[in-house]
Design a protein around this ligand. Structure first.
Ligand code: URA
Length: 442
C-alpha cells in the first residue's frame, strides 16, 4: 500500500477499494500510518465524500480494528443511545443510569469533545477518580453486575475510532456524513447491542445544520445497523440553542445530578424522556411511550436512577460524594455574571459560539495533546423567546483567570442576540426515523 497514492486518488474524486480502505485503517490503528497522512486523507474525504461501499468498508475496518464486547450471557435487552454531538448535550449521563435501573443493559461507549461540541467521556472524567478506559473484561463484568458501563474507545475496543476521532477533532474534518456514521456505528456495533437509539442534532449548532443532511445521516446509520442486525431508531432534536443550561464538563455533571433529583432544565428532561421512551420500547420493556415516560418519572422520583448512577460511579472508581455534594467537582477560581445589554427578546443563543467559548476558556481541545480543564464553562439560562430587561443576568461564566472571564464574555456577546422580533426555535423533537421511514412529530 502506498498511502500518498490513496490520498491522491481520493483527492481527485476516485473511489477507494474496500480492501485498500481496510488495509489503511488497520495499519493506521496499529501506528503504521502517520497522523499527517491520515489527516490528508480525511480532508480529501471531507471534500470528496465516500460512497456507500466505501462507508461500509470503513465502518467494518474500524470495528475490526479491535474486539467486541461479549454480552451474550446477559439475558436483558442491550440498548444504547448515541448523539451526533451538541453543546450542553449531557443526555447520555442521565439516560444511562435511568434506563439501566429499568431492566435494560446499557453498554455505552462515548467520545471526547469533538469540534465545538462537548464529549461524554470528558464530562464523566470531571468526576474525581472516574475511569472510562475500562478493559474489555472489566466492561463486560461491570455490565453483568451493574447493568451499565460508560466507556471510552481504547486500544482494545474500536482503536481506529479512538485515533480517527481525535485526529478529526484537531483537523476540522468532523462534518462529513460517512465519517460521522462510521465513527458512531463502529462503536455501537462493537457493543453487541440488541437496539440503538440515535439523537441526531438539528439546526445551527449541529455538525450538519441542514435537515436534508440530517435525514441522510439517519438513513446511513439505520442501514449500517441493519447490516449488523442492530435495529436503530433515530430522533431529530433541536441544536439551534444549547441543551439545558450548563456547558462545560463539571458544570454539566452537576446539572445531570439536578435532573436525577427531580430538578434541572425542562428541555434537557424532555429530550432525555423522549430518547429514553424509544430505548425502553426497543428493549420491549414497555409497549407505549406514555408507559415508558411513567416508568422513567417514577425511577427519578424514587431515587432509583440516582442510586444506579452512584453504582456506576463507584464501579468505575469515581467519587460518589459528588452526587450529594457537587462542590466536590472541580471548581473554577473565577466567576462572573453576564447580563443583558438592552431590553428585548432573546433572538438566539448560538450553540457554536457557546461551544467555542468553552474551548477558549480551556474546557475543550485546540490540538490533540491539549488537557481539558473540567471546571470551566458557562451556565446559560437565557433561551430564545425569553423577554429580558437591561442588566438581567443571562449567564454565569466560570473561568481560570480574570482575563479568561473577559474572553468568555466576548463569546457570549456573539452567542446571545437580543432584539425585538419573535424567534421561532426548532421544536425540541421534530422527526422520528426508522427503517420504515420518516415521521414528522412537530
Ligand atoms: N459522535 C461520534 O462518535 N462520532 C462522530 O463523528 C460524531 C459524533
Amino acid at each position: 500500500m502506498i498511502v500518498p497514492r490513496l490520498i491522491e486518488r481520493k483527492r481527485d474524486g476516485q473511489a477507494l477499494d474496500p480492501g485498500e480502505l481496510r488495509e489503511l485503517v488497520l495499519a493506521y490503528a496499529e501506528g503504521q500510518v502517520p497522523d499527517y497522512q491520515m489527516a490528508a486523507l480525511l480532508m480529501a474525504v471531507y471534500f470528496r465524500g465516500l460512497d456507500r461501499t466505501e462507508m461500509n468498508a470503513l465502518t467494518s475496518a474500524m470495528l475490526d480494528s479491535g474486539r467486541r464486547l461479549d454480552l451474550s450471557r446477559i439475558a436483558l435487552p442491550r440498548i444504547d443511545k448515541h448523539s451526533t454531538g451538541g453543546v450542553g448535550d449531557k443526555v447520555s449521563i442521565v439516560l444511562a443510569p435511568l434506563i439501566a435501573c429499568l431492566g435494560v443493559a446499557v453498554p455505552m461507549m462515548s467520545g471526547r469533545g469533538l469540534g465545538h461540541t462537548g464529549g461524554t467521556v470528558d464530562k464523566l472524567e470531571s468526576i474525581p477518580g472516574f475511569r472510562t478506559a475500562l478493559s474489555l473484561d472489566e466492561a463486560e463484568r461491570q455490565i453483568r453486575k451493574v447493568g451499565c458501563a460508560m466507556l471510552s474507545q481504547t486500544n482494545e475496543i474500536v482503536p481506529a475510532d479512538r485515533k480517527l476521532y481525535a485526529l478529526r477533532d484537531a483537523t476540522a474534518t468532523v462534518e462529513v456524513i460517512p465519517l460521522i456514521a462510521s465513527s458512531i456505528m463502529s462503536k455501537k456495533i462493537a457493543e453487541s447491542l440488541t437496539g440503538l437509539v440515535l439523537d441526531i442534532k438539528r439546526g445551527s449548532g449541529a455538525f450538519l445544520p441542514e435537515l436534508e443532511d440530517e435525514l441522510a445521516l439517519a438513513a446511513a446509520m439505520i442501514d449500517l445497523g441493519a447490516q449488523h442486525e442492530c435495529p436503530v431508531v433515530a430522533l431529530l432534536t433541536a441544536m439551534d440553542r444549547p441543551l439545558g443550561w450548563a456547558c462545560g464538563n463539571a458544570l454539566e455533571i452537576a446539572e445531570c445530578v439536578e435532573i436525577l433529583t427531580g430538578g434541572g432544565p425542562a428541555d434537557l428532561l424532555e429530550v432525555t424522556l423522549a430518547l429514553g421512551a424509544e430505548m425502553l420500547q426497543l428493549g420491549a420493556v414497555c409497549s407505549t411511550a406514555a408507559a415508558a415516560r411513567q416508568m422513567m418519572s417514577a425511577a427519578i422520583a424514587s431515587g432509583r436512577a440516582m442510586r444506579k448512577l452512584e453504582e456506576i460511579i463507584v464501579a468505575q472508581g469515581g467519587d460518589k460524594r459528588v452526587l450529594s455534594d457537587p462542590s466536590r467537582l472541580p471548581q473554577a477560581s473565577h466567576r462572573a455574571t453576564f447580563a443583558a445589554a438592552r431590553d428585548g427578546i432573546v433572538q438566539a443563543v448560538e450553540p457554536r459560539a457557546v461551544g467555542y467559548g468553552v474551548i477558549e476558556l480551556g474546557g475543550g481541545r485546540r490540538n490533540m495533546e491539549d488537557k481539558v480543564d473540567p471546571s470551566v464553562g458557562y451556565i446559560v439560562t437565557a433561551k430564545p423567546g425569553d423577554r429580558v430587561v437591561r442588566g438581567q443576568p443571562l449567564a454565569t461564566i466560570y473561568a481560570r483567570s480574570a482575563g479568561d472571564l473577559g474572553n468568555g464574555a466576548r463569546a457570549l456577546e456573539q452567542a446571545i442576540v437580543i432584539g425585538d422580533g419573535s424567534p421561532e426555535p426548532l421544536p425540541l423533537v421534530s422527526h422520528r426515523v426508522t427503517a420504515h421511514g420518516v415521521e414528522v412529530i412537530a
